[in-house]
Design a protein around this ligand. Structure first.
Ligand code: TXA
Ligand code: MG
Length: 353
């Protein structure tokens, strides 16, 4: 059903309380409200309103077996949503919240099945973005919010990305400018024997080890039957329309440049995502002229900047109608390096047939 999507612009640091109280009221009444978090834009809905949650799944085209993250304004608000609050969760909350960490715990029966996709766990996060925080406080309810993109599109890092995907399908977009982390939160499962990272994000495994010495990364990407235990398991979750290839390794940029020249000679139009350091290596590609659009994501030593520009670059290149996207790999072991590789590898997987 087509609805009018309103856009309210707010200051990202000191958002206007009147604007936020309008958005909060819309959420309380069961509306669909997109808002910025420090990671990506979320599409919020009253987490305890079953009908509203169903509308959210419809608006996104999201399969019902993919559970949502519930956003709250403080760890105290989480008590009512979980079966119990283990010490480790309290310690993690004290260290990393508000921030880009989602914690999965056994749920309370109050949380609707639609939110958890029927799992007996619930994912919870306290976001750090001032607009998200103020909105959650004003709303006074738990807000379920997946990334505010159409299913299988890259997560939105600007309000314009949200509108590209969801204009006419949601009630409101709170535009607080570009998000700064750029990749989705770390999802940490505390419901089992061994604490497990289901999705890598800015909070790295090393950071978590301080509190959880036994924490592990999820071993396999293999989809499990029924509800999805792990985020983004659907292969095309992050993928652009144009096939995307990642060039890893020390000779990655050189191979990318050779492949690019060969493809352009064959008549293809290319999008290239590169690091600032690659200008020299890409000079032959540039000499081919208008067949390649190159987006420089930042220095390979500044992965915070690279991560913050990643999804916008994929969207921009995809929208420009290129035949293929070529991306240089980003080495490193910290949280953002692992998260960037994870998202690029998902974006590079094509569904066949
Ligand atoms: O940074 C973020 O996490 C953003 C912002 C808006 O907070 N949200 C986000 O939501 O990325 P979404 O729905 O695109 O991804 C959340 C992932 C889902 O893929 C889901 O599989 C996983 O979290 N998840 C949610 N509940 C879960 C649960 N109970 N157990 C395991 N995984 C869960
Ligand atoms: Mg998502």
């Amino acid at each position: 059903m087509e609805v009018m999507t309103d856009v309210i612009r707010v200051d990202p640091v000191t958002p206007d309380p009147a604007a936020l109280s309008r958005a909060a009221e819309c959420l309380r009444r069961g509306g669909l409200v997109a808002f910025p978090t420090e990671t990506v834009y979320g599409l919020g809905v009253h987490a305890l309103d079953r009908a509203a949650v169903q509308r959210l799944f419809d608006a996104k085209g999201r399969p019902a077996n993919d559970p949502l993250i519930v956003h709250v304004d403080a760890v105290e608000s989480m008590q009512a949503l979980v079966a119990n609050l283990p010490t480790a969760a309290r310690q993690l909350a004290a260290r990393f919240w508000p921030g880009p960490l989602t914690i999965v715990l056994p749920r309370s029966p109050r949380v609707p099945d639609a939110v958890t996709a029927g799992l007996n766990t619930v994912a919870i996060r306290v976001p750090a973005h001032p607009v998200a925080r103020a909105l959650l406080t004003a709303a006074g309810i738990p807000v379920a919010a997946p990334s505010a993109n159409l299913f299988s599109r890259p997560s939105p890092t600007r309000a314009s990305h949200v509108l590209d995907d969801l204009d006419g399908r949601i009630d409101l977009v709170v535009d607080g400018g570009a998000t700064h982390v750029g990749v989705e939160s770390t999802v940490l499962d505390l419901s089992g024997e061994v604490p497990t990272i289901l999705r890598p994000g800015a909070v790295s495994i090393e950071m978590l080890r301080d509190i959880l010495p036994r924490v592990e990364r999820r071993a396999s990407h293999a989809p499990s039957p029924g509800a999805m235990k792990s985020p983004g398991l659907l292969e095309r979750h992050y993928s652009p329309r144009a096939p995307l290839t990642v060039y890893d390794g020390s000779d990655g940029v050189a191979r990318l440049a050779r492949d690019a020249c060969a493809s352009m000679a064959g008549g293809q139009r290319l999008g290239i995502m590169a690091a600032d350091e690659d200008r020299e290596a890409l000079s032959d590609v540039v000499r081919h002229g208008p067949r390649a659009t190159i987006v420089y994501l930042g220095s390979e030593r500044d992965l915070a900047t690279v991560a913050s520009r990643l999804y916008a670059a994929i969207r921009e290149l995809d929208a420009s109608g290129v035949d293929r996207i070529l991306v240089r790999g980003f080495p490193g072991d910290d949280g953002l390096a692992v998260a960037i590789r994870d998202r690029l590898s998902r974006a590079s997987v094509r569904s066949h047939g």
